[in-house]
Design a protein around this ligand. Structure first.
Ligand code: 8YV
Length: 316
């Protein structure tokens, strides 16, 4: 995660800063944080008691990313450590990949690219079967937060009907209007189901054999949230059995997805490498927000985004 010069300068002006190019693996990070009060790092770093033990002066762990399932927030809170994340600035990029996936799946775009690239078209061989229109299809959005709503906005512009499932049952004020459905009904009705929940104990394996059986055999699943929200072995079986037509997956239970895991080579799966936010603009906005968060906590101010604001009161 190379940090832009302008961000480095801002941090250096406010603190005694060190910029260390390490991976987000805990064993690579631990040797460098013994005297750190603030750490700015990818939200892929496992942030638990072992990490906090290695940084006894830590006041803020500022993650570049919206998900914070990497962090033991309870443990951090008990130690008065602020956990910050970067919501909002990446919603559009994730929604874009979701919409691209919907179009790729429904229009069989990969099959068409293969048809041309393999020379089959040049040889006048028969092309892929007809695909499906996007307009008029039902999109089931599971998790109607910031990202889910950006997806709805775009999908509605394409003429899709959007329905959602969440812990609340009415589209919040300002959100695109979508009908709430219980999960079972959403799965039965949707042509495409897209997952936008965060990973927590209630969403782990929220999608498993039972849910795939409810989906229609011509329906598609998209996951750009977190791999463990989906029982990947059950999804593999369901895809092979034709219980659903296909899937686009940006996230996996283990990342990088192990080479011997068959899921990413299934012909009806479009795999990505956890890259939904990987644009110049979005990554810069994420890093900028993470810098703002970290410096605000170090100054004793309320940061723009924080997971456990109660620690700030605790620290006072
Ligand atoms: C990645 C993400 O974490 O924001 C999130 O929660 O999953 C992604 O943006 C990315 O690798 C940022 O470090």
């Amino acid at each position: 995660m190379p940090l832009e010069e302008e961000f480095k300068e801002r941090i250096a002006a406010a603190a005694d800063a060190r910029f260390i190019p390490v991976s987000a693996r805990q064993e690579d990070v631990i040797p460098h944080i013994a005297d750190a009060e603030g750490v700015l790092v990818s939200n892929m770093l496992k942030a638990d008691a072992a990490l906090f033990d290695a940084a006894p002066k830590l006041r803020v762990l500022s993650g570049v990313g919206v998900g914070y399932d990497n962090a033991d927030v309870e443990e951090a809170t008990s130690r008065g450590i602020a956990i910050c994340n970067t919501p909002g600035v990446l919603s559009g990029a994730v929604a874009d990949l979701t919409i691209a996936s919907i179009i790729m799946l429904l229009r069989r775009l990969l099959a068409h690219v293969d048809y041309v690239r393999s020379g089959a078209w040049s040889r006048r061989e028969p092309g892929p079967p007809l695909s499906h229109d996007v307009t008029g299809k039902v999109l089931g959005i599971v998790g109607y937060g910031r990202i889910g709503r950006e997806v709805a906005r775009r999908a509605q512009a394409l003429g899709m009907e959007t329905v959602f499932h969440d812990v609340f049952t009415e589209a919040p004020e300002g959100a695109p209007l979508s009908a709430y459905l219980p999960l079972d009904e959403l799965l039965q009705r949707s042509d495409v189901v897209s997952i936008h929940v965060d990973l927590n104990p209630t969403t782990r394996h929220m999608f498993s054999a039972e849910q795939f059986k409810l989906m229609r055999p011509d329906a598609y699943l998209i996951n750009t949230s977190r791999g463990p929200v989906v029982d990947q072995a059950a999804l593999t079986e369901a895809l092979k059995a034709g219980e659903l037509a296909g899937a686009a997956l940006d996230v996996f239970e283990v990342e990088p997805v192990p080479e011997d895991d068959e899921i990413y080579r299934l012909p009806n799966v479009i795999p990505f490498n956890h890259m939904a936010t990987a644009t110049e603009e979005t990554r810069k906005a994420m890093r900028g927000l993470a810098v703002d968060n970290m410096l605000a906590v170090l100054r004793g101010e309320m940061p723009p985004a924080i997971v456990n604001p109660e620690v700030l009161a605790l620290a006072r």
